[in-house]
Design a protein around this ligand. Structure first.
Ligand SMILES: [Cu+2]
Length: 326
């Protein structure tokens, strides 16, 4: 192959590989290197550990790959015969000590740093009872439901107090499958396992943070989106008080409709399940309760453990769709 053609081919290969590496990185933001910006102390610690480990892995990667390329060039065959023997070397005590001790030191440094950071990731900081709260997070096919200390419930959107410790009890109903509660800005993912409660916490400034299910949990796994809206404490208190009272029924019903029913149903056309507009069941308290608690042909029992108030709230909202064009 002529030299010019070989060079052109090599240049194309290098350019293509560089583009393959750089384009996704650029599209991913922050160079595609770091996870999203942390917004909770435990997420900050995960972030720190990520950077600390990356420094070592980055330096080692460049050192090893650099040496590999340098050696490939320096010791290439060139004009020597294929059959020519290479230099025979036996033992290199200093080198062997270096490549044993260096990894031990690197692993010890990483281990020490991570174990130093771990307790702050796993355990919530001590706070006065008034400055912390506990919110139940339940993943079910295909929605997220949040339960507050006064019994209030929300679906698809958690409301939480700002700058205070929020403990999360994460689980899934006994008859459901495993989901995974992930708010990237708050750090790691936590499995929502039927019959088991996983605990984590966050302490975040006011803002809205996206959440997702990170465990492939069925046909509408991708619909299991949620958000965490962090608001000043008085606003949070007002929200849960209203939601626990009859005044919050319609809001809860709307959330159940969009968060639960609409994961699989649309009003005017077949989606995963049948179209619902004009379905008399939407105004039939008893009928809808039977369906929610037992499930349908393909529908999971999405409301098996719902309170009567939750079912009332749904019907209060959906009865408007019970008549065609209603
Ligand atoms: Cu899920």
């Amino acid at each position: 192959m002529p030299l010019a053609v070989r060079r052109a081919r090599l240049a194309t290969l290098v350019t293509s590989l560089t583009a393959l590496v750089l384009v996704p990185a650029a599209l991913a933001g922050n160079g595609g290197f770091l996870p999203g910006e942390p917004h909770s102390p435990n997420a900050h610690r995960v972030h720190d550990a990520y950077i600390f480990v990356s420094i070592f892995t980055g330096v080692i990667f460049i050192g090893v790959e650099g040496a590999l390329i340098a050696f490939m060039i320096k010791y290439r065959r060139g004009k020597r015969a294929r059959t020519e023997e290479g230099l025979q070397i036996h033992g290199a005590t200093r080198l062997e000590i270096i490549w044993t001790v260096f990894p031990v030191l690197v692993l010890a440094a990483i281990g020490t740093f991570v174990f130093y950071k771990l307790p702050g990731i796993a355990d919530a900081p001590k706070a006065a009872a008034a400055d912390e709260t506990r919110i139940g997070v339940q993943g079910a096919q295909f929605y997220w439901q949040f339960t507050y200390p006064n019994g209030a419930v929300s679906v698809g959107r958690m409301i939480a107090p700002a700058d205070q410790v929020v403990n999360e009890d994460i689980t899934a109903p006994d008859w459901d499958v495993i989901h995974s509660w992930w708010v990237p800005d708050f750090g790691g993912k936590y499995d929502a396992i039927p019959g088991k409660v996983n605990k984590t916490w966050f302490k975040a400034p006011a803002g809205t943070y996206v959440a997702r299910c990170y465990e492939l949990c069925g046909i509408q796994h991708a619909a299991m989106k949620a958000s965490v809206k962090v608001v000043p404490r008085p606003q949070y208190d007002a929200f849960i008080a209203k939601r626990a009272s009859a005044a919050g029924n319609l809001d809860l019903g709307r959330e159940e409709w969009t968060g639960v029913c609409q994961s699989c149903h649309r009003l005017d056309h077949k989606y995963i399940g049948p179209a619902l507009n004009g379905n008399p069941l939407l105004g039939d308290r008893k009928g809808i309760e039977t369906l929610l608690r037992n499930g349908g042909v393909q529908m999971p029992p999405v409301g098996r453990d719902w309170s009567g108030k939750q079912i009332d709230a749904l019907v209060a909202y959906t009865k408007r769709f019970a008549k065609v064009g209603g």
